[in-house]
Ligand binder design. Structure first.
Ligand SMILES: [Zn+2]
Length: 248
């Protein structure tokens, strides 16, 4: 589904547009200058990544032109399909240097899959397939996709190793924020080992220093203009020593 000349949403489940697997995050395709890149391939239940490939073709794009797979953070609804995507598309995989070890080993505890299974979020028999990481990202690194530049920001709080990207060079500026902040200034708190209020606040204040048009989160509504108001609302809640409302 084409959102702008730069951005398609090609997957997502119950907390998205029902384009692919039930638990899939929004799966985004970047399209610039003949190059394609995929952001977070979803959870990877059997058959669901093929549905995402079908959605890409239905948008008139060739999945074989995808050369980069960019992972925002290691939660399974975002990266469970990474290994399958890497194998089927032979892409270069980009992830945070902090998250990379757990992604390479499929470390269930590090990514809080054990806790998520105990909460019945994922089936008991779900396994996170290990996925190679080719490029470890650090704050300030810039990933290019055609004419687009994605500047990397460390934004922990939702979990350790969480990245957000400011994307410029297209028809507007975008915050690819994953699970940093959502419509209405909501955030995504979870009772897991690496979800931290102080880090979440610092990440929000850091991203508040930057202007952007579109807020492109990992779930729920996407704001193509004026998206920064949602981040400002969350930052204001933190400034008042409170915590922003939870998405769940
Ligand atoms: Zn998450």
């Amino acid at each position: 589904m084409k959102l702008t000349s730069d951005l398609h949403v090609v997957g997502g489940g119950y907390f998205g547009f029902g384009l692919s697997g039930h638990l899939d995050c929004h799966v985004f395709l970047l399209n610039s200058g003949g190059e394609l890149a995929l952001i977070d391939p979803g959870m990877g239940a059997p058959g669901d990544f093929d549905t995402i490939l079908d959605n890409i073709r239905a948008d008139g794009l060739d999945p074989r032109k995808i050369r980069k797979l960019i992972l925002t953070h290691y939660h399974c609804d975002h990266i469970g399909a990474a290994a399958e995507a890497q194998q089927k598309l032979d892409v270069e995989v980009y992830a945070s240097a902090i998250a990379a070890p757990a992604i390479r080993t499929g470390d269930e505890r590090a990514v809080a899959l054990d806790a998520a299974k105990a909460a019945n979020f994922y089936p008991d028999d779900y396994v996170l397939p290990p996925c190679p990481v080719d490029v470890e990202l650090h704050e300030g690194d810039v990933v290019t996709v055609g004419n687009l530049q994605l500047e990397t920001f460390d934004t922990p709080g939702h979990c350790d190793g969480h990245l957000s990207f400011l994307m410029r060079g297209g028809d507007r500026s975008y915050l690819l924020g994953a699970d940093l902040v959502f419509w209405g200034g909501k955030v995504l708190w979870q009772n897991i080992h690496d979800c931290r209020i102080d880090a979440y606040a610092s990440s929000m204040f850091k991203m508040e220093q930057h202007d952007f048009d579109a807020l492109v989160p990992g779930h729920l509504q996407i704001s193509l203009r004026g998206g920064k108001v949602h981040l400002e609302a969350a930052a204001e809640a933190f400034r008042q020593l409170g915590i922003p409302p939870n998405l769940l």
